[in-house]
Design a protein around this ligand. Structure first.
Ligand code: THU
Length: 162
């Protein structure tokens, strides 16, 4: 028997002011778009904004449904739009923010497990890392250099060929 260990590093910035201009711009847009999320059931409003390899910006918000499992997260909503609008482009960076029903949040949250799997598929498909910028509407910002770091021992298309 042997033991394996998995760990990864990510950056923690005190505020949006410490980011590069490009990253700050994306985060600012993701904070702003949280307001337009459709989340009447959870009151948890998520906004995701991505910079693509062709320079375009694509946005996504969570879209809930009275039949709860039908709802979709902001990240996967964004991934779907990107694939439909710009199939030849891939995502370089995705900023994700959220607010609660009081219109606030000050701690980063990271993508749910299903979104991590979907982000991984995009990374694999285009053979390019997706940098994640995570933050509430204010406060600390986490920067993770590739989304796949959040999904160790992942299941991918390679496994289907084993
Ligand atoms: N949600 C997202 O949009 N992204 C995440 O990564 C976490 C959860 C949404 C789904 C649901 O509409 C609400 O937040 C509460 O779970």
């Amino acid at each position: 028997m042997k033991k394996e260990q998995y760990s990864f590093q990510f950056e923690v910035f005190d505020s949006i002011n410490d980011l590069s201009k490009e990253d700050a711009n994306l985060l600012q847009q993701s904070r702003a778009i949280t307001k337009t999320a459709y989340a009447p059931y959870s009151n948890f409003f998520v906004g995701a904004v991505a910079l693509l390899s062709n320079g375009e910006i694509v946005k996504g918000t969570n879209q809930e449904n009275a039949s709860f499992p039908v709802g979709i997260c902001a990240e996967r909503s964004l991934l779907s739009s990107t694939a439909a609008l710009f199939p030849a482009a891939h995502i370089l960076t995705m900023a994700i923010s959220y607010q609660n029903k009081n219109g606030k949040s000050n701690t980063p949250v990271s993508p749910c497990g299903m979104c991590r799997q979907a982000l991984l598929e995009h990374e694999k498909r285009y053979d390019h890392p997706i940098k994640l910028i995570l933050s509430g509407t204010e406060g600390e910002v986490y920067v993770i250099e590739r989304s796949s770091l959040l999904l160790p021992l992942s299941f991918t298309g390679d496994d289907l060929r084993k």
